[in-house]
Design a protein around this ligand. Structure first.
Ligand code: ADP
Ligand code: MG
Length: 233
C-alpha cells in the first residue's frame, strides 16, 4: 500500500514537471515559427535550401511535445477525480472529428455504462490520443476504428478497447513497442506508446496488444476503478 501511494505521487510530480517543461518549450517554438512564417511571406531567405528544413525541424519538436503531453499548461496541478471515461473518450474524439471523413475513417463507438474511475483525466487523455493517432496512421487508405468500453464487475475494472483495421504489425515490431524512440514512421517520434504504457502502469492498469499484419491491431486497456493509491483529492 505504501509503495502504491508513492507511485501515484510520482505520476503527479512527473506530470507537473513535464507540463511546465513542455510549456516552456512550446512558447518560444511558437514565436520562432511565427517569425519564420513572416519571413516566408516577405520572401526573405526563400532561396536558401535550408529554409524549409527549419520549418520541418520545428514541426518535429511540436510533434514530440504533442505525443508527450498534449494538454500541458503552465502551473498545472493534477488532481485525481471520479472520471467518466466514456465522456473522456468523446472529448478526445472531438479533437480528431474533422480529419476522419477526409481520411475515410469510420468511428464505431460501443460505450457501455461504466462506473466512474478515480484518476487525473489529463494522463488518460494522452493515452487515448496516442492510441487513436496511431490507429489513424495505420489506416492511410481508410478503415474503421472501433472503441469499446465495459465494466468487469468481478474484478472491478474498466476495459477499454481500440480496434483498427489498419496495416497491423509483425512480431518483431510488436516486441519493440513502448521502447523509447522506436518508430516505423518517417515522421514518427516513437514516444507515444512509451508514454502511454508508463501512464497505464502508474495507474495500476494493464495494456495489451494483439495485431495481425494486413488485418489490423487491437489495444486493450484494463483500469481498476478505485485504488487505495488513487484517492480523489
Ligand atoms: P510513433 O507513432 O511516433 O511512431 P508510437 O510509440 O506511437 O510512435 O508507435 C510506435 C510504432 O508502433 C509505430 O511507428 C508503428 O509502427 C507501431 N504502431 C503503433 N500503433 C499501431 C497500430 N495501431 N497499427 C499499426 N502499427 C502501430
Ligand atoms: Mg504514435
Amino acid at each position: 500500500r505504501e509503495k502504491q501511494l508513492i507511485r501515484s505521487e510520482k505520476l503527479k510530480a512527473a506530470g507537473e514537471l513535464a507540463a511546465g517543461f513542455v510549456h516552456e518549450i512550446r512558447n518560444p517554438i511558437t514565436t520562432i515559427r511565427g517569425f519564420l512564417q513572416i519571413m516566408k511571406e516577405e520572401k526573405i531567405m526563400q532561396d536558401k535550401p535550408y529554409f524549409p528544413i527549419i520549418f520541418q525541424e520545428i514541426d518535429r519538436v511540436n510533434r514530440i511535445i504533442t505525443d508527450f503531453l498534449t494538454f500541458a499548461k503552465p502551473n498545472t496541478s493534477f488532481h485525481n477525480v471520479p472520471t467518466d471515461l466514456n465522456q473522456v473518450i468523446d472529448e478526445v474524439l472531438l479533437l480528431f472529428e474533422s480529419q476522419m471523413p477526409m481520411k475515410n475513417i469510420l468511428i464505431d463507438k460501443n460505450l457501455m455504462p461504466i462506473p466512474k474511475t478515480v484518476l487525473d483525466p489529463t494522463f488518460i487523455k494522452q493515452v487515448f490520443i496516442n492510441l487513436i493517432q496511431n490507429a489513424i496512421d495505420a489506416m492511410p487508405h481508410g478503415g474503421s476504428l472501433t472503441i469499446s468500453t465495459r465494466y468487469e464487475m468481478t474484478n472491478q475494472q474498466i476495459e477499454i478497447i481500440f480496434q483498427d483495421t489498419g496495416i497491423g504489425m509483425n512480431k518483431t515490431t510488436i516486441e519493440k513497442l513502448g521502447t523509447p524512440f522506436f518508430t516505423m514512421k518517417e515522421k514518427g517520434t516513437g514516444l507515444g506508446l512509451m508514454i502511454s504504457y508508463r501512464i497505464i502502469q502508474e495507474l495500476n492498469g494493464k495494456i495489451t496488444v494483439d495485431s495481425q499484419q494486413g488485418l489490423g491491431t487491437t489495444f486493450t486497456i484494463h483500469l481498476p476503478i478505485t485504488n487505495q493509491n488513487r484517492k480523489s483529492e
